[in-house]
Design a protein around this ligand. Structure first.
Ligand code: NAD
Ligand code: ZN
Length: 379
């Protein structure tokens, strides 16, 4: 089968790989029709992880079931399915509680399992013609009859729509409240979309890419260009020095300061400054543990210089972590099906899998207009 393979830092190629197949009776085999490039793929692409060369990338996947293992009885051949990026067993003590991002069976002792990801188990990614889905009955969300014609929306259920939603839930957003989102990448835009659906009174979003800010504005968010103004000063002025009710971190350790230099502390300190006393902060942007051996200076750093005193004095709550996609998936699917959510508004490109290497390069450079790339391996 054709697949997008990681070869080394900023080197990916499309080539023939052994066909994905059923390996265990609980597996499901999916023919991938739609698969996205994610900001999280860039952690591997940029060589910031210990990803081995030769692995297939891709954790935002949907398609049609072509084969089921002998022990699979809910999912059927021909079903249209979307695959949450977290792979869970469904029966460990974390999965039982809905914490599928921390499955103890699929990647014991680590931060859960995922397709095509460094440090998250040996599972192949879905930027390929076929994908093996472990514990298929648990890990496939079977989609409604409009799945085929609305793939651009439903594929976002694999990761970024639930992740954006998760950011707002971690922040504790209530209807009628205000919220600021740092980062107008795909995840931040999904957080803004989620906040508006949940009835936020005012949604502010911070970034410096005009195309991304324009998209945020088009859905009704108030945009703040941090290359022109200090977001904290802007928000304090807007709220008569009280701060906004909630805040979301949708950038991660690759945050930049206003001059464009990498500054991982930046967004968390800005959030502490922007959010009101007793407000909530949800952090879905990825931060990495300190690793003194790492070659990447950001991974060496790991620890942030937080103004913890300010956080403490303001009595703010910070909640963090990976999204447990399954926890939200079914309800968010209903919102899409009933046209209450349309996460596809962020899609900028739909390309054949062959075009993936170029798409990685341009998305990685945050080139103007490259907001979210969908790949179609079936073409
Ligand atoms: P992205 O890199 O495309 O977007 C990040 C955006 O943040 C960019 O537009 C960039 O200009 C902006 N930015 C940089 N510094 C900033 C600053 N100081 N203030 C405001 N904005 C700033 O990535 P994405 O796909 O949107 O993903 C965002 C983060 O979410 C990544 O760390 C990704 O790995 C993570 N993620 C987490 C989960 C989870 O389960 N928690 C799931 C998916 C993605
Ligand atoms: Zn993703």
């Amino acid at each position: 089968m054709k697949a997008l393979v990681y070869e080394g830092p900023r080197q990916v190629t499309v080539k023939e790989m052994p066909d994905a197949q059923i390996e265990k009776p609980t597996d499901v085999l999916v023919k991938i029709t739609t698969t996205n490039i994610c900001g999280s793929d860039l952690h591997m692409y940029e060589g910031r992880t210990n990803m081995e060369a030769g692995r297939i990338l891709g954790h935002e996947n949907m398609g049609q079931v072509v084969e089921v293992g002998a022990a699979v009885d809910r999912v059927k051949k021909g079903d249209w399915v979307v695959l949450p990026f977290n792979i869970g067993c469904g029966f460990c003590t974390n999965c039982e509680k809905g914490l599928t991002g921390y499955c103890l069976t699929c990647n014991p002792g680590s931060a859960g399992a995922a397709y095509g990801f460094a440090d998250m188990g040996p599972y192949s990614g879905g930027q390929a013609e076929y994908l093996r889905v472990p514990y298929g009955d648990f890990n496939c969300l079977v989609l409604p009859p409009d799945a085929k014609s609305r793939q651009k929306d439903y594929v976002m259920l694999s990761d970024i729509f639930p992740t954006g939603w998760h950011a707002t839930r971690l922040a504790g957003l209530m209807p009628g409240e205000s919220i600021v989102i740092y980062g107008a990448g795909p995840v931040g835009l999904m957080a803004a979309h989620s906040a508006l659906i949940q009835g936020a009174a005012k949604v502010y979003i911070v970034d410096r890419h005009p195309d991304r800010l324009k998209l945020a504005k088009s859905i009704g968010a108030i945009t703040i260009d941090d290359s022109k103004v200090s977001p904290v000063d802007f928000l304090m002025k807007e709220t008569r020095d009280l701060g906004v009710d909630r805040g979301c971190e949708c950038v991660g350790y690759q945050a930049h300061d206003a001059e464009g230099d990498e500054q991982p502390d930046m967004t968390m300190n800005s959030l502490i400054g922007s959010v009101k006393a007793t407000g909530g902060i949800g952090v879905v942007g990825v931060f990495v543990p300190e690793d003194p051996q790492a070659e990447d200076p950001l991974q060496k750093k790991g620890k942030l210089a937080l103004d913890f005193g300010k956080l403490w004095f303001k009595g703010q709550t910070v909640r963090t972590g990976q999204c447990n996609v399954k926890h939200y998936n079914r309800e968010l699917c209903n919102l899409i099906h009933n046209e209450r959510a349309n996460p596809s508004f962020i899609v900028s490109h739909e390309l054949d899998l062959d075009k993936a290497p170029e798409a990685y390069e341009r998305f990685d450079k945050r080139e103007m207009g490259w907001t979210k790339v969908i790949l179609h391996p079936g073409n």
